[in-house]
Design a protein around this ligand. Structure first.
Ligand SMILES: [Zn+2]
Length: 416
């Protein structure tokens, strides 16, 4: 079961600032606050990447069909270069990005390999590049994909891991890792998933190739495989090449999630979908639509799903959610007129139920009734009582804040 120790600490938690005094301490959520410095400006520096993949301290997060390689259900297995060298050629970053695009040959394929960043806090055997130093982290997709050769190498690499007794964690949503590993895994999963879904150009339908160490994809103008068939190597025109950038970038889909407070501040609104276990409720959530502000999306979703009309909406905290590419924007909102609190589930039939819960009942559920969706409630929970999501879910943090008198008070100095 998830525990509070999985929730990361805010950056600079001890620091005093006018903002901290005014708004209280920052809430950070599971999957955020990665220990890695992403060093995004080094992603196209191939001499850096080439040295980094082979360094003895370097670690690889391994994914197969998006399932992470683990030593146990609560710990990732971080592989070394020697364990993946069959699949990741020593020469993979020898050519410049420009030459890789120019020499594109669709008969040759590479696994999805993503530079995640450098753990600057690691002490041993640090890799140093200019002024940057620490343990480099990469994500590697070992799914059986690409050319026959790549598939055979992937199979060998996987057999090597399985021979060590390691396994790929099969979970719809993996939320059992420590705070640090969860953030690293989230980045690895989101980017691997995006690369997997974008192997063909969305504009011209031809193959794309990975550049910028797995964080961009390019539609190359030529394909040497065509030349080998005696055809011109030039591919049909693609408008992604005629504009300033011939690239496709990873996407992040913003989603709202909200804890709603009643007019008198004594109750909060929670809902449940059919797939939840009995007595399990959570905050309301939904996608932000094009040309919609976060606050408008919160008001729309809550009205559509529960018939409740909100007034003031504030943004509380956010959570990256790598299933597959969401950013949950957590809000707290209040109804300003008791007449607007009437629940109506008949607009959008998404929720099976929505209800106002007294703060005391919610406090008790936070104490004894939290668990992951598929997990049993704690030993003190009694059949029929409210159940809530675990501390690793932003919903839990929002509920805690919404029933916290200090959070609603104007003076935050006590909570800094
Ligand atoms: Zn294209």
């Amino acid at each position: 079961m998830a525990t509070n120790s999985q929730v990361p600490n805010p950056a600079h938690i001890e620091a005093d600032s006018m903002l901290a005094r005014r708004f209280g301490k920052e809430t950070v959520n599971y999957f955020s606050s990665s220990p890695l410095n992403r060093l995004s400006f080094l992603r196209s520096d191939h001499p850096f990447l080439s040295a980094a993949i082979k360094h003895p301290s370097t670690r690889f997060v391994i994914l197969k069909d998006l399932a992470p390689l683990t030593r146990s259900p609560t710990a990732l297995y971080l592989a070394k270069y020697d364990e993946v060298r069959k699949l990741v050629s020593e020469t993979i970053y020898d050519k410049s990005e420009e030459d890789i695009i120019k020499e594109h040959d669709s008969r040759k394929t590479e696994p999805h390999l993503i530079f995640l960043g450098v753990d600057e806090a690691s002490k041993q055997d640090r890799f140093t590049w200019k002024i940057y130093s620490g343990t480099p982290y990469f994500a590697l997709d070992v799914s059986e994909k690409g050319s026959q050769e790549q598939q055979a190498h992937a199979k060998d690499v996987v057999s090597g891991f399985e021979a060590q007794g390691l396994s790929f964690l099969q979970a719809r949503v993996a939320m059992t890792f420590s705070a640090d590993e969860a953030a690293i895994y989230a980045q690895a999963r989101a980017l691997t998933d995006w690369n997997t879904r974008n192997t063909f150009c969305g504009t011209c339908g031809h193959r794309t190739i990975s550049i910028n160490s797995g964080t961009k994809r390019s539609c190359p103008p030529t394909n040497l495989a065509l030349a080998a068939e005696g055809k011109p190597a030039e591919k049909p025109a693609c408008s992604t090449r005629t504009t300033l950038s011939n690239l496709s970038f990873p996407r992040t889909d913003p989603t709202i999630i909200v804890a709603v407070i009643s007019t008198d501040g004594k109750r909060i609104l929670l809902g449940r979908s059919k797939r939840f276990p009995p007595y399990w409720y959570s905050t309301l959530a939904g996608f932000i639509e094009p040309a919609e502000s976060v606050e408008d999306a919160v008001r729309r979703e809550v009205w559509e799903e529960a018939g409740v009309t909100l007034s003031r909406v504030i943004i509380h905290s956010t959570q990256p959610w790598p299933y597959p590419a969401n950013l949950m924007i957590g809000a707290i909102a209040q109804v300003s007129d008791p007449a607007h609190e009437v629940i109506n589930l008949n607009h959008d039939p998404e929720l099976e139920d929505a209800r106002w819960f007294e703060i005391e009942e919610v406090q008790e559920a936070l104490r004894v009734g939290t668990s992951g969706l598929g997990d049993p409630a704690g030993p003190e929970w009694k059949e029929g009582a409210l159940r809530l999501p675990p501390a690793t879910a932003i919903a839990n943090q929002l509920i805690q804040a919404a029933i916290d008198i200090d959070f609603l008070a104007s003076d935050k100095s006590a909570k800094m």
